[in-house]
Each structure stands twice: as C-alpha cells, then as structure tokens.
Design a protein around this ligand. Structure first.
Ligand code: ADP
Length: 304
C-alpha cells in the first residue's frame, strides 16, 4: 500500500513534467512485465526523477559483478555488491571477521541480519556522499531480504535507528528492474574456478577457456579467457571460496534460497530474464539492447 501510494504520488509529480517522461515512468512502473523500451527514462538527466534502482540476480560465477559494474559506469550509479561488503569486513579484521570467514569459506550465506546491516551502512554512507540510485549485486539472496527491500520497516528498525530506517527504505523500496542472468551450470563452475583478482587494483580476470558443445537442441557456447594486462599478471589471487566443493555448495544454496527470490520478482512483473549468449563481447551488446541502452553507449563512446 505504501509503495503504491508513493508510486501514485510520483506518477502525479511526473504528469507535470514532459508527457514523454511521464508516460515512460508510468508505463515502466505499472506494467506487469518489465518493458525495456520504457527504461530509457534513466538516460536523460533532465527528464528523470531519480537514478535507476536495479538488482542483479544469478548464480555464483554468472557475471553479475562484471555486468553490474559496466552498467554502473554507463549510468553513473553506484554498483553495490554485498559480496564485496563481506570481503571488506573480512579484510578489516573487525569483530565479525572470523565468524564471516568460516561462513563464506563453507559456501554458506551470511545471516540476513548481518548482511542487511552491512548494506544499510553502505547505503547510508552513499547517501551522505550524495549518491543517487544503485545497482545491487548479490542482494537480495533470500526471500526475507527481498521483503526487507519492499516495506518491512519493522525488521529494519531492529538493526538501525528508526529515522535512518525510514530514510533508507524510502529510497530503496522501489526496485525498478531485476536482471536475472543465466548460464549453464557447467560454465558457472568453470568460471568460478578460473576467476582471478588483481590483489593491487581489484580488477577481475578469468583464465578459463570455456567451450561447451551444443547437444540435444542446446546451443554450444564459447567464452574466451579474460587475461590480465602485464601490470596485474604477477599479482593475481584466487578467492578462498572459489574451490570446487565450495562453488558446488554455493550453487546448491543458490537453488535452495535464491530461486524463490527470482519467483518473488517474476510474480511482481520486475524480472528481466537474460540468457548470456557467451562471453563479454557477445553478451554486453545484447544486454544493452535488452535494456534499450544501446544508443546511450554509442553516445558516450562518441563523446569520450
Ligand atoms: N545477500 C547476501 N546474503 C547472505 N550472504 C551473502 C550475501 N551476499 C554475499 N554473501 C556472502 O558473501 C559470499 C560471497 O558473495 P559473492 O561475492 O556475491 O559471491 P557469488 O560469486 O557466490 O555470487 C557469499 O557466498 C555469502 O557467504
């Protein structure tokens, strides 16, 4: 109800803007299936009310971080990955570090309470810096987390003071779009095992060369390795949870805990399913097309 009344208020506010932006916004928020053709509202800063609030879903290794980060640069909104927040907490050797390290290295999920706390701190800090909009990666991962993103302020106030909860939830409850990235399980495992990170600059690479033959009507797929430049090549590290048994456990937990989150957004008409056709060179242009953002990239490349 609260979400609906906010939407109605926003729709009214937008009616006083140009007819095109109002129509785009109302269509975008009220249709039952996300229509990428109406998402272009976010590109034009003079028309938009706020920046995009998008979520990336998908199994470990699917490439949420890669595509979320690219979109965040393109749309100029922060990319917030809860996995990164957990790893920062681990690296800080703070009071939670040893508890978190055990959970993460077993491929289990951190408790909703801890993860919401980390996320709310990150959102609060961003807001203080004047950030607007976000692309969430790795959150929500349980139904409880998805509900918190909707309206469940009572849960949130257990963790942060009420005024802060109201402020944060006002901003985050309207998720515009949930992009669900999909890839065959064989490729997911190979991608996690091939993942390497530069210990100095944090850039992600992948040494796996994935070549899956098509069979039984299923298309084949080739993903070239994404090799580091010489500056990073000597500084590569592997995530401690990217081992075969831990990746398999993360995939199992995704199916158990996060598939219901896909359904949660599907039933609300927010889910955009995207089957990755291959590596970044094949997938990125198609993803931009699906989001109706291909023109924006052309404009930005031309301006660069
Ligand atoms: N939303 C979340 N809820 C619970 N645990 C999380 C969440 N996000 C991240 N984590 C923890 O951090 C780990 C690493 O997350 P992430 O980098 O997103 O990994 P993945 O590649 O498995 O998607 C997860 O295995 C989990 O332990």
């Amino acid at each position: 109800m609260a979400v609906l009344s906010r939407l109605t208020t926003r729709a009214r506010q937008l009616l006083s803007l140009s007819p095109v932006s109002s129509l785009a916004y109302i269509t975008r928020t009220l249709t039952t299936t996300p229509n990428p053709k109406t998402l272009s509202f976010s590109q034009d800063s003079k028309d938009r009310e706020r920046n995009v609030q998008w979520v990336f879903l998908g199994c470990p290794g699917v490439g949420k971080g890669t595509y979320a980060s690219r979109l965040s640069n393109l749309l100029n909104v922060p990319h917030i990955a809860t996995g990164d927040l957990v790893r920062e907490e681990l690296a800080s050797s703070g009071p939670l570090a040893s508890q978190l390290s055990e959970i993460v290295n077993q491929g289990k999920l951190v408790s909703d309470e801890i993860i919401i706390n980390l996320l709310s701190k990150r959102l609060g800090a961003g807001e203080a810096r004047g950030e607007s909009g976000f692309i969430l990666d790795g959150f929500p991962r349980t139904l409880r987390q998805a509900q918190v993103l909707l309206t469940d302020i009572s849960w949130f106030t257990v963790l942060v003071p009420k005024e802060l909860a109201v402020e944060i939830l006002e901003g985050v409850t309207d998720i515009d779009l949930v992009i669900n990235l999909k890839l065959q399980e064989e490729a997911l495992l190979a991608k996690c095992l091939g993942r390497r990170i530069c210990s100095e600059c944090g850039a992600n690479y992948n040494i796996a060369s994935i070549d899956i033959k098509g069979e039984n009507g299923r298309p084949g797929m080739y993903m070239a390795p994404l090799l580091p430049p010489p500056g990073c090549a000597q500084k590569l590290i592997t995530r401690s949870d990217d081992t075969e048994p831990v990746v398999k456990e993360r995939l199992r937990i995704y199916n158990e805990m996060s598939l219901p989150v896909e359904e949660f957004y599907r039933s609300r008409g927010k889910l955009l399913e995207f089957d990755l056709p291959g590596g970044i060179p094949e997938s990125w242009p198609k993803l931009l097309q699906a989001l109706n953002l291909d023109d924006l990239e052309v404009k930005q490349s031309a301006a660069a």
